[in-house]
Design a protein around this ligand. Structure first.
Ligand code: ADP
Length: 160
């Protein structure tokens, strides 16, 4: 059984992420979407909320499982008996970071392969940080994020 892991902070999940999940889910038997806290990013949603939104946003994909983890990704992957890490690639700016990360993973866990799925052109400009910026200024996010995320952000913004 081919189990792949798609790790990310998903703060929040966007339609760009969902597109990657849909495409990756067709390539593997099980796709584990694993939420972690990126220490370099200040989160808008806590891990539980992010996982909950991911569950809602991927209800239409049958072979997806949502999980959370902390610590080393390679250790988590091996615990899950997964040797495949899926990441999405957008612009050249993603490449440098992803390239380093993939090489580091290869160095510490040579049995794990990182594979990349290229963004779809309609989502190439969509990022969680961009969504947070738009949301902060009450900008339009319709069509860029799943409706459950849109609803949650609208609620959050009305409260503050
Ligand atoms: P991280 O904090 O690890 O970068 P993110 O939640 O920002 O986590 O992103 C998770 C993965 O999804 C990354 O590989 C990122 O490059 C990819 N990704 C984010 N947005 C898009 C998009 N619009 N199209 C394709 N891949 C994307």
């Amino acid at each position: 059984m081919r189990i792949a892991i798609c790790p990310g902070s998903f703060d929040p999940v966007t339609n760009g992420h969902v597109d990657i999940f849909e495409r990756a889910s067709k390539l593997f038997d099980v796709l584990i979407i694993a939420v972690f806290n990126n220490p370099n990013k200040k989160p808008l949603f806590d891990m539980e909320e992010r996982a909950e939104l991911l569950t809602l946003a991927t209800r239409h994909i049958p072979n997806v499982r949502i999980d959370r983890f902390s610590g080393l990704l390679t250790e988590y992957a091996l615990q899950q008996r997964s040797y495949i890490i899926v990441r999405g690639l957008r612009a050249l700016s993603d490449f440098e970071y992803e390239f380093q990360r993939a090489l580091l993973i290869k160095k510490i866990a040579p049995m794990i392969e990182t594979v990349f799925i290229m963004t779809s052109s309609e989502y190439s400009f969509v990022s969680s940080s961009g969504i947070k910026e738009l949301a902060a200024f009450d900008g339009p996010i319709t069509g860029l994020v799943p409706t459950c995320v849109e609803d949650r952000i609208n609620k959050l913004m009305r409260k503050t």
